[in-house]
Design a protein around this ligand. Structure first.
Ligand SMILES: Nc1ncnc2c1ncn2[C@@H]1O[C@H](COP(=O)(O)OP(=O)(O)OP(=O)(O)O)[C@@H](O)[C@H]1O
Ligand SMILES: [Mg+2]
Length: 253
């Protein structure tokens, strides 16, 4: 039986940009995501993906409409939601002066994870992302991809029910990206954690996501299983669906 863990109803966000200027980043987005799904949020630059994620983790308030995470309203009940969800931000929020290990321990500590469990999870996650040998180096000397790996590990240290990954593999090398993808598969299949992922890599989507939502200029243009969308839009693959929806080329009858 499926269990809805995220729900939005006519969710909209408008950013005011001074005199009579505004950006309508989300326009009446209604969406359901089920427990254990790996849900891919797709869309061109500026489509509203990060805005949607930021609303769902309580970093932004909606202009209108509503959203629920784990059955709680994101505006009224964010204190319930916060310790149960994790975010890998698109723009790094890493502590440059801390070591890789300290970044994980510090973050887990903020969530009140007991020290024994925290040390054990830190060992395991640093092993998985391949940074164990560099765990005592300050992160500021790390490459972009290495920082991303620290952030992925950090997001998972609290063993969240839902993990929002805003471009987790961007800037990570082929092997590292594979490791991250395998981790995401595993937490969804074995631990029934829900993953909401944004990426510009459609192969990654085909490999990982059981459903996708395509945002275009703040509108949810399509949502469904990749195979169902290909059928609906008479497209050979997800790239054709995406291109057709975003540019209006080719896939319509
Ligand atoms: N804090 C903000 N203030 C003003 N405008 C914003 C703010 N955050 C986002 N926007 C605008 O909202 C729109 C959606 O941005 P968002 O970051 O959600 O896009 P995105 O789909 O994540 O894009 P990308 O693929 O480039 O990460 C853009 O026009 C952006 O300029
Ligand atoms: Mg973004």
């Amino acid at each position: 039986m499926s269990e809805t863990v995220i729900r939005t109803e006519h969710l909209s966000k408008t950013f005011e940009k001074g005199k009579a200027q505004e950006v309508r980043a989300l326009k009446s987005v209604s969406l359901d995501i089920q427990k254990g799904e790996v849900f891919g949020l797709l869309g061109p630059n500026g489509a509203g993906k990060t805005t949607l994620i930021r609303i769902l983790v309580g970093l932004l308030t909606p202009t209108s409409g509503r959203a629920w995470v784990l059955d709680r309203d994101v505006v009224e009940d964010i204190d319930y939601i916060r310790p149960r969800v994790a975010l890998l931000p698109q723009e790094a929020g890493i502590y440059e002066r801390l070591t890789a290990r300290e970044n994980l321990i510090y973050y887990g500590g903020l969530y009140g994870i007991p020290d024994d469990a925290l040390q054990e999870r830190t060992d395991r996650l640093l092993d998985i992302v391949g940074l164990r040998e560099k765990e005592d180096y300050q992160v500021r000397g790390f490459s972009g991809g290495m920082k991303r790996k620290v952030l992925v590990a950090r997001a998972l240290i609290i063993e969240p029910q839902i993990v929002f990954m805003d471009e987790p593999t961007t800037g990570i090398d082929t092997i590292g990206a594979r490791v991250v993808r395998n981790m995401l598969k595993k937490i969804s299949s074995e631990h029934k954690q829900t993953v909401i992922l944004t990426t510009h890599d459609l192969h990654e989507v085909e490999e990982l996501c059981n459903r996708v939502g395509i945002l275009n200029d703040g509108n949810l243009a399509a949502v469904g299983k990749p195979s169902a969308l290909e059928e609906e839009f008479k497209a050979a693959n997800l790239e054709e669906v995406f291109t057709g929806l975003v540019t209006g080329e080719g896939v319509y009858d």
